[in-house]
Structure formats: C-alpha cells, structure tokens
Design a binder for this molecule. Sequence first.
Ligand code: MRU
Length: 358
Amino acid sequence: MRAIEWRDDGVRMLDQRALPHHERYVDVETAGQVADAVRTMVVRGAPLLGIAAGFGVALAARRSGAGGPGELVEDLERAGTAIVTSRPTAVNIAWAVRRVLAAAQRAVPGGLEAVRSAAVDEALAIAVEDEQSCRAIGALGAELVPDEARILTHCNTGALATGGIGTALGVIATAHQAGKAIQVWVDETRPLLQGARLTAWELKRLEIPMTLVSDTAPGSLMARGLVDLVVVGADRIAANGDVVNKVGTYQLAVLAKRHRIPFYVAAPISTIDAASDRGGAIEIEERNALEVLEPLGLRIAPDATAAANPAFDVTPAELITAIVTDRGVARQPYRSSLRDLVRAAPGGRAWPWEAASA
Ligand code: MRU
C-alpha cells in the first residue's frame, strides 16, 4: 500500500478521508490541487505531507510554460508558497518545498530542462529518503521496546503518514517483527479519528494485536498498570526539544510522567525545526469547528454551540524520555543532543542555530 505515488501523468493519493470503509484514490495534476488535497486531509501526517509538498512543486516544474530557467524558478516559488500555506504546523511541508526549490535554483545554469528535471529528481529523492528514514527510526526505536510491551499510541504515524513503514508505528511494527510480544492501545484521536480509522486499519493489516480506546481512557489504563510505554510521532520539534503533535499528545505525556511510564517521540530529522526555538513559538493549526460539532457528519451538540478545534498541542521537552530520529536517539538536554544529530545530517549545517552558536 502506498499513500502517495508519483506517476507519469501526475500524483496519485490514497484518499485517507474515506478509510477505513473505502480504498479510493485521488489523482492530481497541479500544485494547486496538491495544496487542496493537503488542506482537505486527503493526505496527512507530517512526513507524507513533506513528500506531497515536494511532488507538488515537481508537478509545477513539469507543467510550467516558463520561457527560461529563471522564470521557471519563479513559478516554482509561487507553487511552493501555495503549498506551504495550506497547513501551517507540520514543518516537513516547508522543509520539502525549500529542498526542491534549492535543487531547482542550483540547476539554473544548465537551462530550462535542467531545472525541470532537478525539481522532479529532488522530490523523488525526498520520498525515497523518507522510506529509509522510517526503517532507521523503526530499528532504533524497537531497541527501546521491552520483549513484552503494552504500547499506547496516538493519531496515525504509520505507512499512511509517511513514505515507508511509519515513525511511531514503524517502531511498533519493527518490534513486533523482531518477535516481541506487542499489544497496542490505540487512541481514537478525536475529532478526525485518525487512530480509530487509520491506525486500527494499519495494525489490522499488519496483524499486530490492538485495542481501540477513547481519548479519555489512557489515565485509567495507566493508573491500572496496563501501559508499559507511550510512543507518538511529531509534526514539528523545536530546538529545545518541545514537540508539537496531534492534540491530545500533551495530556498523554503528563499522565506518563505521573505514572513513571517512558514517553517516546519518533520522527525524522526533517521534523526538527531549528528555527523554532521553543514549542510556544510554533503556529498551531486551528481547524474548522464543524469537525468537533459534527464528527462523521453527525451533529452531536445543540445548535449554536461554540466549538474550538486546535489540531495540535505542545509537549514540553521535560516530559519526553527520548526522541528517536533516523540519525540516532536524542535524550535530555535536547538543545545539544538534537543539534548534534542535525549537524551530522546532510544539509544540517545551514540551519539557523548553527549560525547562532558559531
Ligand atoms: O492532522 P494530521 O492527521 O496530519 O496529524 C498527524 C499527526 O499529528 C502525526 O502524529 C504526525 O504528523 C506524525 S506522522 C508520522
């Protein structure tokens, strides 16, 4: 199963809004259509959004009628801006757009066709690298999982959210594959139910034992000694190690601390945003209140009820036991451990904190 696929005639996306009941696909041909698919949650999950964003700019490169390489780069910049503004929190979107634009700019001396193919090649490279990142995260994270473990996870962080086996779900799948006795508690993840609809769907296909619980159950589970560890993904990790992830993550971290349960975050290096000094500086997407008022189209509150719908929250670094990346496992103090991992990654030296600490 591939959540997104680059094809000769455009990009094919598995429509995640229809799961788990229907496996249907959305085909897009323009960067604008990619931006719409991101905004409307056809595709979601930070690493997958990065891949979609890269493909969006590559589609613009393929379709642009620009007369020269400079003009083409300008077209790509416009396409990139439209995609970056489609969802504000997952940093992988801006990261991928920047990467594809930089590759296009480097190719300008080679002429129009060189810019076109540089953009496409870079977008494809992002997808391939994400698959490898997931494998690395899975292997490193699985080492932290005991031979028998009841693992709680939130939202969806698997093949539907990435270009590979997933981040947090990749850790779970790798531990299971290694023969560990894994039992997963799946948070339903209101209001869009990514846990119930998507994670349960993936775990079922992987034949990993799981139990779905409401978002209000984890305190009870932890208090009764039924959770051995928590592992979640991330949409953006600040320089100090604060983690922005699906709303509901923060309360899990507080509960885990209260019950002395390890709380792990799994994410690729591309999710670390050195330009965000701390979590409080990161924009939290506020989504349509109707998602809260009318889950799955069924009105659950009286008419004229006000509703708020923050899509993410900030988990302070002090509550996080470790951050598992594709380049290694970071532990407190995160400012230095994350910096060292980013420095070791290709392109990491250009990041703002390198300039600041030089
Ligand atoms: O709103 P979504 O479904 O895009 O939110 C997804 C999450 O919060 C995931 O936990 C995060 O992107 C990590 S995905 C590997």
